[in-house]
Design a protein around this ligand. Structure first.
Ligand code: NAI
Length: 345
């Protein structure tokens, strides 16, 4: 029996994982997030299953290693919260590289349309028998320029949707691939020519605050900024300044730099301590969802299936196709052990 502990568990996680675990895996579900304080809950477990806001820094990983945890299974794609170099040689780390890029791409377009056509405001008005449409003027997406930063799986799905709307699609990617239905341009051109900018790249040290005061100043007046990727791609203070000065026409955010203390929980009735988020939420042209872009039936099923397959592959001695690559051959370790033996170490 493989013993696992899941952190930051929601009812929909239990439902989707219970459907696929079978008799060979037992999961203890905890609502609490993983951090230095809660790592002890992994005692006696072989696997730790985590999500986007669990803390997996060097200290937590060292603690898990002393508890004899053998595998960290991320039930998400992004791994910016993981010190995977600290885990190298101690604990293997697997992830779910793709579950439903369409879920995130479709949510991005849903946010754009909601904000642009004021659907959320119209919904509230008509429920109050207020049938005025004053203040709801949007603009046609047809013929407008959208700039997509990061043309990977989600970026491409979003690009395809934008093409369906008849938009001019620009893309910037650090490693541009083939077969993308967009015009690849330099970041500066994308920033200065786009009516709508959508972020779909992973968060790395290099692109931290890729949207900041400087890049915002080079954008078109009235630009729409969409972020369904990772919060720290945007400097939230600069975003707020851009909104206040009316440089930015609207912001649609499914992620936020300091989301880990706020998102995923019901905080109604509490005093929100994050002044920047509170101010952003007070703006009529800022739409925030709390990291729900992935939340479709297809994506949840895909996450559970791949996570469980990753766990079985590890304990079955198979190749770990979804192990996060440490890129050891770039550093001091020499050849890539994953390429040769199917595992990083
Ligand atoms: P992917 O790996 O398929 O694509 C990412 C693309 O970004 C790649 O083409 C890569 O070359 C490019 N890239 C890397 N560094 C870059 C840089 N500095 N500048 C420009 N482009 C860069 O990943 P996928 O599946 O498309 O996911 C993208 C991101 O979406 C994830 O890293 C994650 O942060 C976020 N995400 C958000 C979800 C949500 O619920 N809001 C759910 C799933 C993913």
């Amino acid at each position: 029996m493989i013993k696992a502990v899941m952190f930051d568990t929601k009812p929909y996680d239990i439902e989707s994982f219970d459907k696929v675990i079978g008799d060979d895996i037992e999961i203890n579900y905890y609502e609490t997030k993983l951090d230095r304080r809660t790592a002890e809950l992994a005692r006696g477990c072989d696997v730790v299953i985590t999500f986007v806001n669990d803390v997996l820094d060097g200290e937590v990983i060292a603690r898990l290693a002393t508890l004899d945890v053998k595998l960290i299974a991320l039930r998400c794609a992004g791994f910016n919260n993981v010190d995977f170099k600290a885990a190298y040689g101690k604990i293997h780390i697997v992830r779910v590289p793709a579950y439903s890029p369409h879920a995130v791409a479709e949510h991005t377009m849903a946010m754009l349309l909601t904000s642009l056509r004021r659907i959320h405001k119209a919904y509230n008005r008509t429920r109050d028998f207020n049938f005025s449409i004053a203040g709801f003027t949007g603009f046609d997406l047809y013929g407008r320029t959208v700039g997509v930063i990061g043309a990977g799986k989600i970026g491409r799905a979003f690009i395809d949707i934008c093409n369906g709307f008849g938009m001019r699609v620009l893309a910037y990617d650090k490693y541009p691939g083939e077969g993308v239905n967009a015009e690849f341009v330099e970041l500066d051109k994308l920033i200065s020519e786009s009516d709508i900018i959508s972020l779909h790249c992973p968060l790395t040290e290099e692109n931290y605050h890729i949207i900041d005061g400087d890049s915002i100043s080079r954008m078109k007046d009235g630009v729409y900024i969409l972020n369904t990727s990772r919060g720290a791609l945007i400097d939230a203070e600069s975003l707020l300044e851009g909104i206040k000065s009316k440089k930015i026409g609207a912001a649609c955010l499914d992620v936020y730099e300091e989301e880990s203390d706020v998102f995923f929980d019901d905080r109604s009735g509490h005093i929100l301590q994050d002044d920047t988020l509170a101010r952003l939420l007070s703006m009529p042209n800022v739409l925030v969802t709390s990291h729900q872009a992935f939340l479709t039936e297809e994506a949840l099923a895909g996450i559970a299936e791949t996570t469980v397959a990753n766990i079985r592959a590890f304990f079955g001695g198979e190749k770990l196709v979804n192990e996060i690559c440490y890129h050891c051959s770039d550093g001091d370790v020499g050849e890539c052990k994953k390429q040769r033996g199917g595992r990083c170490f």
